[in-house]
Design a binder for this molecule. Structure first.
Ligand code: F6P
Length: 461
């Protein structure tokens, strides 16, 4: 039986698992895939070293997953992780051309670190292994591995959006990046929108032969398959958390602290793509438009800081602090604070409890590859008295979850109006929406995602 070798920038080391919410969806999903299939998970340790040695450290997690990690030097971390990955590709791929930095040194660092990763990964890969590379940090990695003679099936999955062609071409050397991507046997996207943008680029800019129906792209005599695989949550594991003491205590803690008020919750990495200032504007508009609710709604925003060395992340944090202060300053009473803004992560069990205790889940990114918080919120609801999910139409998840209240995150009025709808929604309608949503969350789970991707990768010639 062939093993699975997963390569991603982050690996879920034991420490990171305690800080869920700060990891994004990728780490949890890959942990589930590897628990099921066995194999090795290779990536960056998150640590800095004085001099790169290429030495791989192995660790076995509580879940029985073997991780293999390397440390990186400071200038590599700066140019590859903070630089090209998160100051160039991340903003551009989230349609934020205004925040995108096009530094030559970042591009060089990205290429260099991809080469380092390929060299360190190659000895770990056995003949029959299936290699699955993840996310925008490692687009050129497949080509590097091929140039070292690797004959294995190699697939790539992009967890974030793929931007429209006319935005993507603002990236210097965009052709080189996509040409390297076309060395993977299979390229996965979160949904058809991102897939279509990618195929459009390949046809228009590279002149590749694209078979839309089959999803194949042929260039320079090589053919890759590109397809959408919407990622899901580890449904059995996550719903199983409902029976833990941590989840029950978290739910009780939230309910008792909000007393008779309705709790509304948001859980996001502190990132400008998540639409957090716009969300607060929507909440402020809600209190303006419906002042009778000032005393009966509490908004809890959990936002663990992320990528703190980057200026745009420092700015978004400052904006949020200011906006939270403004809303609370204008509306607090001695016994009432309308917005609770929490800058830390919680375990998944605690999040389960917080979601379950909240009658409204607010997930309003300006752009998001998928967004698994939307799915976790639904999975944690009580089927007899479910809460209402308010979801941005610009999250990848919206295509699979049309029975959420879909909103435009740029419109404070739309957010405010839908909060009101959610508050007033009769039990029967809440249950009807929940029934449809839970079906998708349960059936299109992370194991199905893994199985589908691996089956297609194995079937490549
Ligand atoms: O899901 C997108 C993603 O960028 C992952 O690749 C990443 O692990 C996660 O968000 C969290 O970001 P970071 O690893 O930069 O903290």
């Amino acid at each position: 039986m062939s093993r699975l070798v997963v390569i991603s920038n982050r690996v879920a080391v034991a420490k990171a698992r305690g800080a869920a919410g700060a990891q994004g969806g990728l780490a949890g999903a890959l942990n589930a895939a590897l628990k099921e299939n066995g194999g090795i998970w290779f990536g960056w340790s998150g640590q800095e070293c004085d001099e790169f040695s290429g030495q791989v450290s192995f660790q076995r997690s509580g879940d029985g997953v073997t991780t293999a990690t390397i440390d990186l030097e400071k200038h590599d971390i700066d140019e590859y992780y903070y630089g090209y990955a998160n100051s160039t590709l991340w903003p551009l791929f989230h349609f934020r051309i205004d925040l995108t930095e096009y530094e030559r040194e970042f591009g060089k660092g990205y290429e260099r670190v991809n080469e380092l990763f390929a060299q360190a990964a190659q000895p770990l890969i056995e003949e029959d292994d299936i290699v699955w590379v993840h996310d925008y940090h490692f687009m050129p990695l497949g080509e590097r591995l091929r140039s070292m003679g690797l004959k294995n099936k190699i697939g790539f999955f992009l967890h974030i959006p793929w931007p429209p062609t006319n935005l993507f071409v603002s990236l210097p050397y965009h052709e080189r990046l996509v040409r390297s991507l076309l060395h993977y046997d299979l390229i996965g996207f979160q949904n058809d929108t991102w897939l279509d943008s990618f195929l459009h680029y390949c046809r228009k800019e590279l002149g590749a032969e694209v078979d839309e129906a089959a999803g194949t792209i042929t260039l320079d005599g090589r053919t890759s398959l590109a397809k959408a695989y919407p990622i899901g949550i580890d449904y059995d594991y996550f719903t199983g958390l409902g029976d833990t003491g941590d989840a029950r205590q978290a739910e009780q803690r939230l309910i008792s602290s909000t007393r008779r008020r309705t709790a509304m919750i948001g859980v996001d990495r502190l990132d400008y793509s998540k639409g957090l200032p716009e969300r607060l504007d929507g909440i402020s508009r809600f209190f303006d438009n419906y002042p009778e609710h000032t005393r009966d709604l509490v908004f809890i925003q959990i936002a663990p800081p992320s990528r703190e060395d980057i200026g745009s992340y420092q700015q978004i944090r400052a904006v949020l602090e200011q906006k939270t202060g403004q809303i609370n300053g204008a509306r607090s009473e001695v016994d009432l604070v309308p917005v609770r803004y929490v800058n830390r992560g919680y375990s998944q069990a605690e999040l389960y409890g917080f979601y379950r205790g909240s009658k409204i889940g607010l997930v309003t990114p300006l752009r998001d590859g998928m967004n698994l918080v939307a799915k976790e919120y639904i999975a944690a609801q009580d089927p007899e008295d479910p809460g209402v999910l308010i979801l941005s139409r610009f999250a990848g998840a919206a295509q699979q979850m049309p029975d959420a209240l879909l909103i435009n995150p740029h419109s404070p009025d739309d957010i405010a109006y839908n909060i009101k709808l959610a508050l007033d929604m009769p039990l029967e309608e809440r249950k009807a929406r929940y029934e449809k949503l839970i079906g998708t969350v349960r059936d299109d789970n992370v194991l199905v995602w893994t199985e589908n991707f691996i089956a297609d990768l194995k079937a490549r010639d």
